[in-house]
Ligand binder design. Sequence first.
Ligand code: ADP
Ligand code: MG
Length: 243
Amino acid sequence: MATPLIEVEHVAKVYRMGDVDVHALRDVSLAIADGESVAVMGPSGSGKSTLMNILGCLDRPTAGAYRLAGEEVSSMDRNALAGVRNRTLGFVFQSFNLLARTSALENVELPLLYAGVSGRERHRRARAALEQVGLGDRIHHHPNQMSGGQQQRVAVARALVTRPRLMVADEPTGNLDSRTSIEIMALFQELGRSGITLLLVTHEPDIARYASRVVVMRDGLVQTDRQQEPLVADVAAAVAGRP
Ligand code: ADP
Ligand code: MG
């Protein structure tokens, strides 16, 4: 087997709260290959966000090893982690996190601005990313002129524009109706076909069906981890089945 994109070995995370240790992750080991789409499920407080923060290089484990694309990231300092994030990762959140008074195009250009990409190139790549998510005709719209689904597409374009290998999405359909959720899953599946790996937290079994693997967390441990034949997100059927 080729080296997995993600290799987590005996990762633990302890938060110190005054005199109390909170064991958010107890002992998690996972290997995730390039191109997999993994839905992380489990009850509130089971450690999903803690795991995503570590896998997304936003936080470091208290113990254990984490190799991302062959690089040991568990012991990196903040600057080095920021570098890995910029090179390798894209993030999508439940609440879109777009700048309100800024066009879709400028929102998507932002990560490239931070990366020091020139103005012309920023514009070209941001436009291409918006076209890729089906918003080529909305690039000058502001978030408040768009539906929730369109705003989440802008957020996906913003995550895509730096050409990440790994997309980390924490409840990306949590604020969307079911039809729009399926549209976003269709978009993720399209990105998957281009080779992007997806990690997604969801509470909805209906959404997890579109992933190729489901990891269920419980009390800081992986309770179950299974591969599945993903449902293909069919936008036309979702529209037809609408009440
Ligand atoms: P989930 O996302 O599955 O709801 P979390 O990863 O957010 O779970 O939390 C796992 C456990 O760790 C919970 O008991 C939570 O209260 C605790 N926890 C999460 N983040 C922190 C933090 N920054 N400080 C202290 N405790 C935390
Ligand atoms: Mg959470």
